[in-house]
Design a protein around this ligand. Sequence first.
Ligand code: NAD
Ligand code: TYD
Length: 349
Amino acid sequence: MKKILVTGGAGFIGSNFVRYLLKKEANIEIVNLDILAYAGSLENLKNLPDPERHYFIQGDICDAELVGRLMREYKIDTIVHFAAESHVDRSILGPVPFVHTNVMGTTTLLEAARQAWSQGQNGHFHHISTDEVFGTLSADDPAFNESTPYSPRSPYSASKVSSDHLVRAYFHTYDLPITITNCSNNYGAYQFPEKLIPLIILNAINGKALPIYGDGLQIRDWLHVEDHCEAIYLVLKDGEMGETYNVGGGNQPTNLVLVNEICSILDTLQPTAVPYSSLISHIRDRLGHDRRYAIDTSKIEKKLGWKPRYTIADGLEKTVQWYLDNMDWVEKILKKKNYQAWLDKNYQQ
Ligand code: NAD
Ligand code: TYD
């Protein structure tokens, strides 16, 4: 692993990973390909450690000519593929871009890797996927493991399923060296505030309603983004080709419990006359809302020695503090990306 193509490296998890890898490995170079769609921003890539080992290219993973040229010019030996349309609510309002980017974009990258590495150069294609491919669980179902059949229920998760299947097909058909991680809901610094945790933090400090879909008893497993980066790094170092690894934070709060926890952290860090939880507002449920996700991480723990370092309590406190300390980042991100139009569209009742 020397010349790494990171796709979507100006987004939330990708930018955290670029930062993590530059710090962790002194001898690698990163080519970061990102189209700078609404959730991607160069603001996420400021103050990188060793920035001279990072080359940013604004471009589309669906552009076969561009991707092929980057593979050749930079002699890429590793691809870490984050780029995607990533928000379930946006996929409900408009599924087509999800199919285009997540399915066609992944296939374009796989083709470029197959061509570049067919001449004898060793390679590694790592694909970032989600636990949402497994569908939904009821209260007593066992957690998802790597053999759980796929059962996607949103346009987003269906598009991620398609990309996972294509990645595996390239392994079986062309011997392309691939690995996949299916991880749970990430949270932490630099997350675009359309996702639950940053949305709640920002609405709360602005005195706005905290929107809870339906009864708020849906359950997610929350993974701190730095723990996720470490898991990806271990798979890149020691993962077995053709294998999939599930990654999760090992917790199971309901959305209501999580939002109340954020409120009580804010009550301590930035107290107001009334508790923040008084802003909680139940609104119309998400269409096809998955009830519960839970993830069995025993494979990556046993095979690669990974374990999450963050508890949800520590991770949430650090995240809330990060947003409070980085309001200039928030302002820049929201100004550029037409965020208000999204809120108006998604939250109109
Ligand atoms: P994000 O939306 O913050 O970032 C996605 C990035 O991809 C953005 O920078 C965007 O500009 C870029 N991008 C989009 N279309 C592109 C294109 N056509 N060409 C090049 N770049 C493009 O998403 P994220 O939360 O960082 O998610 C990264 C990956 O992790 C995705 O594949 C997602 O499915 C997966 N994932 C995310 C979570 C989570 O909780 N955030 C959980 C499980 C899996
Ligand atoms: P989200 O962060 O969108 O991630 P995902 O849909 O990939 O799990 O949502 C996390 C949970 O929070 C999910 O059950 C939907 C719920 N949610 C709300 O209740 N209100 C909101 O405004 C948002 C964005 C999400």
